[in-house]
Design a protein around this ligand. Structure first.
Ligand SMILES: [Zn+2]
Length: 264
């Protein structure tokens, strides 16, 4: 399940695809932008690899009817450049690289290729996505922005952080991780999170998450897939961890130290 952290790994992997002339495109015909992508890419080059939230954006280097190709990886998509995967295996996904799962193949003049391989077909590709449907990126979001949004939301803070229009890039595992690390209760109404805790969350998240990125992605935190499955005592204080549904997602949290914002 590629979250913003995985998308950042894909983005850095996509830098290997820059400044190489595109000679061919093969795309899953069910993709809504298939015809446009097949028509525009040949002859072009990617000149920059950016990321917003869970999307990787590849900027095109010549006026060709589109400025940017966006890649969204769904639940199981992987980005592979020249047969080198940015991530060897995703949690809950297959490490197999079956060519029949290639949903987009961009071939370069030098014989290499950029591919998105996705067993479950939820990856999406489009040109020039509207920029107003995503909030600020989760690694850049400010406390002022979150405080403004939180003040008018009574939904659980975890659900609000997962709303990509509020802040782009958080996924289920990375949200559980930062809430556990910062002692914020995932079920607390967003508007009840004290200002100091919002500020701490915003300051802590990028540095800690980038550490997880260096270790391989959103499954490399304290609340890792083994902890999620086994529900051992809290690594910090030994209290049994809890598993609840919050915003429709399985949420692992510690009832002892994740108290910020919790109704008393
Ligand atoms: Zn704890």
């Amino acid at each position: 399940m590629p979250e913003g952290l995985e998308a950042e790994l894909y983005r850095s992997g996509a830098e290997r695809a820059l400044d190489r002339t595109i000679t061919g495109v093969t795309i899953d015909g069910r993709q809504p932008w298939a015809a446009e992508i097949e028509a525009v890419l040949p002859g072009a080059t990617f000149v920059a690899a950016r990321r917003i939230g869970k999307m990787v954006l590849l900027d095109l280097g010549r006026a060709a009817g589109a400025d940017t190709l966006s890649l969204h990886f769904g639940m199981t998509g992987r980005l592979i450049v020249d047969d080198v995967a940015a991530i060897d295996s995703l949690e809950y996904s297959s490490a197999r690289d079956d060519a029949s799962w290639d949903r987009l193949v961009v071939g370069f003049e030098d014989g290499g290729a950029l591919r998105v391989n996705d067993p479950r077909r939820w990856a999406r590709f489009e040109f020039d996505p509207p920029s107003d449907r995503l909030g600020p990126d989760f690694l850049d979001v400010t406390a002022d922005h979150l405080l403004t949004v939180f003040a008018r939301r009574r939904a659980a803070v975890k659900a609000v952080l997962l709303d990509q229009a509020v802040v782009a890039g958080y996924g289920n595992m990375s949200v559980d991780e930062v809430l556990w690390q910062t002692g914020v209760c995932p079920l607390a109404p967003a508007r009840d999170i004290p200002v100091d805790d919002v500020v701490r969350l915003v300051e802590f998240a990028p540095t800690h998450l980038i550490g997880m990125l260096d270790r391989g992605g959103s499954h490399r935190g304290a609340i890792d897939p083994e902890v999620r499955a086994a529900l051992p005592p809290c690594p910090r204080d030994g209290t049994p961890l809890r598993r609840d549904r919050v915003g429709g997602r399985t949420t692992i949290w510690c009832p002892h130290h994740q108290v910020a914002g919790r109704p008393s």
